[in-house]
Design a protein around this ligand. Structure first.
Ligand SMILES: [Zn+2]
Length: 294
């Protein structure tokens, strides 16, 4: 009987209780730390709960590759604005739908849109939808904005923890602000950018994303007006699911009157979508022919 038990016994605590406590204390002190050999994970709903999955269009064959197209912004987040009041969220939705149409017309791949209407989605929900659907490729569509009306053309971004230049960093910062209200982060993404860890195991997904970006530039060479420096990297939160090849396309500058006119034109959108759809189909066909690791 140790000193504590003697003290307890002296206080009139029944001896059996004291003895049981002493045995339990002895076991606790002698036993090695308990290390479970398995981990049970519970999916805890976020502040808004897990959102429903969108419908998947295209061939009714689950073995066909799936591309998830993400129309940037939406709902209370209008994104960037044009000189005539054009809103990025409207442009991106029209572009996403045009891209879906182009892909469905070819009939080779399955397609889902993260949003089909004017609704807000947090950045992590967007890539989350793609992951939960088991997508093979994630394409987020945006329209850029710059102070200079001279800035024009499309840019393809892939993820990096470090922007390729100050402009790329600024674009990522602006796009990442979609998840803040008056500068305050909405969810657990406060350190999202700094938490983007691009390590060796994720290198393959980055390389695949870069390869797809190269295909967009190649397939769009004749029909799409690209920015003078169109292949860039930056720390976009929406691209941080590194288990899935992901790119963000700034289709043009909504701040440029020329680009804003193009982005609003169904003919321009169709041509742009044909080029991107072609890149998507080539990329997915190549990936199917040479699975991960080859
Ligand atoms: Zn945007």
């Amino acid at each position: 009987m140790n000193r504590h038990v003697l003290i307890a016994a002296g206080l009139g605590v029944p001896l059996a209780v004291v003895a049981a406590a002493a045995i339990l204390m002895a076991i606790a002190m002698a036993a090695p730390p308990y290390v479970p050999d398995y981990v049970v994970r519970f999916a805890l709903p976020g502040s808004t709960g897990e959102i429903g999955l969108p419908k998947v269009d295209g061939p009714p064959d689950a073995s066909r590759p799936l591309v998830v197209i993400d129309a940037g912004h939406g709902g209370h987040d209008p994104g960037a604005s044009g000189q005539k009041g054009e809103r990025e969220k409207t442009v991106t939705l029209a572009l996403a739908k045009a891209l879906r149409e182009a892909l469905l017309a070819d009939g080779r791949v399955r397609v889902a849109l993260t949003r089909d209407g004017d609704r807000f989605l947090a950045l992590e929900e967007r890539s989350g939808i793609a992951r939960r659907l088991g997508a093979d490729l994630f394409v987020s569509v945006h329209a850029d904005a710059a102070e200079s009306p001279e800035a024009t053309g499309a840019t393809i971004y892939t993820l990096s923890d470090k922007g390729s230049d100050a402009v790329a960093d600024r674009v990522a910062k602006r796009e990442n602000q979609a998840d803040t209200v008056n500068g305050v982060p909405l969810g657990g993404q406060s350190d999202a950018v700094s938490a983007i860890l691009v390590n060796l195991s994720q290198r393959e997904m980055r390389e695949r994303s870069k390869r797809f970006a190269g295909l967009v530039l190649r397939e769009g060479a004749k029909s799409v007006r690209f920015h003078t420096d169109p292949d860039r990297e930056a720390a976009f939160v929406v691209l941080k699911s590194l288990d899935l090849p992901s790119v963000l396309i700034e289709a043009g500058y909504i701040s440029s009157p020329d680009d804003a006119r193009a982005l609003a034109s169904p003919v321009w959108r169709r041509n742009f979508s044909r080029a991107v759809a072609s890149a998507i189909e080539i990329y997915l066909a190549q990936t199917a022919a040479a699975p991960a690791g080859l």
